[in-house]
Design a protein around this ligand. Sequence first.
Ligand SMILES: Nc1ncnc2c1ncn2[C@@H]1O[C@H](COP(=O)(O)OP(=O)(O)OP(=O)(O)O)[C@@H](O)[C@H]1O
Ligand SMILES: [Mg+2]
Length: 305
Amino acid sequence: MEDLNAPIPPIQDHNKPISAKPKDPVVGDGAHIIVFGNEKGGSGKSTTAMHVAIALLRLGYKVGSIDLDARQGTLTRYMRNRFAFIKNNKKYIPSPDHLAIDKSDAETVAEQQDQERAFFEMALAELRAKNHFVVIDTPGTDNFLSRLAHSHADTLITPMNDSFIDLDLLAEIEPGTFEIKGPSIYTKMVEDQKAQKKLRDGGTINWIIMRNRLSHINAKNKRQIGALLEKISTYAEFTIAPGFGERVVFRELFLKGLTLLDLKDNTDTKMTMSQIAARQEVRQLIMTLAPEKLKGRARPLRKKA
Ligand SMILES: Nc1ncnc2c1ncn2[C@@H]1O[C@H](COP(=O)(O)OP(=O)(O)OP(=O)(O)O)[C@@H](O)[C@H]1O
Ligand SMILES: [Mg+2]
């Protein structure tokens, strides 16, 4: 059982020499890797990554997490807030084994990439060996670490907001006719990383698009985006998962380090209808993921006395 009072490991120091590089750290029957990615900032990657990690823990799976957006560090701060909650309230809530990897500041691009690859592979090897799932949060911009993580994804979850700006990263759409002209930058990047993964271990990436912050009022826009996504999915090979609605509770939960899955046992107030509906949306996303098909049934979670 993990030590809940242990501090979150410090952000990796790239200036320290790498003692021993594992031979082939990412091959083998290790954890299922779930990457959260989208080159559009603020689409809900960190929030969804945290909710999926905690949902899997609460199903009894062992979960590791990696923050590749260490500069912004949203997922790492979310974890810190969670550890603070545990400490202050002396309550057991399950938390993943968390690591954060910073961008290298080595002099040349080649050195930076070597260091980033080495740290990423070490972190992944460590967490893969000990967990059923490893959840990886990536930054909202294209960089080497993000591409590398995508190439290791067994499942890629892309949260997107219901806007044409977000769709534009997936496909080039003719403005007047809504005709799909071809894949856009992010889809091309995912296709490249699928090819990398195939080369490395013969595997494939199961790509899931998840609509986030769905509005309850703008039904026409919602329908239009839904129809276009269906159309793009025939070109770009992704499935569309049920999304999350627009809910203020997500912002409050971050500060407490809690997720919707923690609320019932850990707050004195009763859950509101909106929170119960939001929790159901998280559960539906997990059902789409079907963790029992990926890793078998987990043993029920044992609570610490
Ligand atoms: N369904 C939602 N309803 C309301 N607010 C949300 C929802 N999902 C995310 N948010 C809020 O949107 C903001 C951005 O979310 P988050 O940090 O998860 O996005 P991100 O994709 O990780 O961003 P970045 O690209 O900057 O890393 C946060 O303030 C978060 O609380
Ligand atoms: Mg983020």
